[in-house]
Design a protein around this ligand. Structure first.
Ligand code: ADP
Ligand code: MG
Length: 245
């Protein structure tokens, strides 16, 4: 199915001391694909995201981005981080920088863009997520949903090859969830390669090419949303779905 692989994990295992958190993970994400990762708390979803971005090392297996093994350190690692944007549950904006600076700083530092160019691009991206008027404000002056949309614009400013989302709406009040999901749905339609850890099953049904269900560090199911939601194979997935749907 994934004819043009962008992210490839092959036999990945990770331990935290004695705790085996990722077990024999094989996962390929094709260019332009949206993969939603779901599973119980503690099943390894965040760790999976962090290993793809190399915020964590693994003890065995290989991870490739665009056909190349992930770099160990140094400049190549910084470039990799820029190529794979990450959006966290807790926004992680710089509190003492304006919205515009939050979006334009990294392109100047890491991508060596000219400041004026980076700011022009940042404004265009803020406009795309509906926040151009908020450019001069500070994060604390924004709602949670607006802050998360700034975080998405900031990730996009690096022209990433892929975006990882780790429960991007879990910290939001219910009325703000949809404005963030709408931005994500649009990105999916525009062909962005995305790995999305979320409990938003509506998003998974509407936007995911595949649903990956994890339990205890393993990928238990990897199927289309249609197949997964209408006919989950494993007892673990059935049990999980019965609790959240
Ligand atoms: P999920 O995101 O699915 O809830 P995580 O990837 O956060 O799961 O965690 C998987 C397991 O690894 C959990 O048992 C968690 O307690 C453990 N874990 C996560 N991060 C660390 C860490 N830095 N050190 C030790 N154990 C960790
Ligand atoms: Mg998590």
């Amino acid at each position: 199915m994934a004819v043009d692989p962008l992210i490839e994990l092959d036999g990945v295992n990770k331990w935290y001391h004695d705790l085996h958190v990722l077990r024999d993970i094989d996962l390929t994400v094709g260019r332009g694909e949206v993969v939603v990762v779901i599973g119980p708390s503690g099943s390894g979803k965040s760790t999976l995201c962090r290993t793809i971005n190399r915020l964590e090392t693994v003890q065995s297996g290989t991870i490739k981005l665009d056909g190349r093994p992930l770099p160990e350190e140094g400049r190549a690692l910084a470039r990799l981080r820029a190529d794979v944007g990450m959006v966290f549950q807790s926004f992680n904006l710089f509190a003492h920088k304006t919205v515009l600076e939050n979006v334009s700083l990294a392109p100047v530092k890491v991508r060596r863009r000219r400041k004026e160019d980076a700011e022009r691009r940042a404004l265009a991206l803020l406009d795309r997520v509906g926040l151009a008027p908020q450019a001069p404000k500070y994060p604390a002056q924004l709602s949670g949903g607006q802050q998360q949309r700034v975080a998405i614009a900031r990730a996009l400013a690096m022209d990433p090859k892929a975006l990882l989302f780790d429960e991007p709406t879990s910290a939001l009040d219910p009325e703000m969830i949809n404005e963030v999901l709408e931005v994500m749905r649009q990105l999916a339609r525009d062909g962005m390669t995305m790995v999305v850890v979320t409990h938003e099953m509506g998003f998974a049904r509407a936007s995911a090419n595949r649903v990956v269900f994890m339990a205890e560090g393993r990928i238990v199911e990897d199927r289309t949303p249609e197949e997964f939601f209408t006919n989950p194979r494993s007892d673990r997935a059935k049990d999980f779905l019965s609790k959240i749907l």
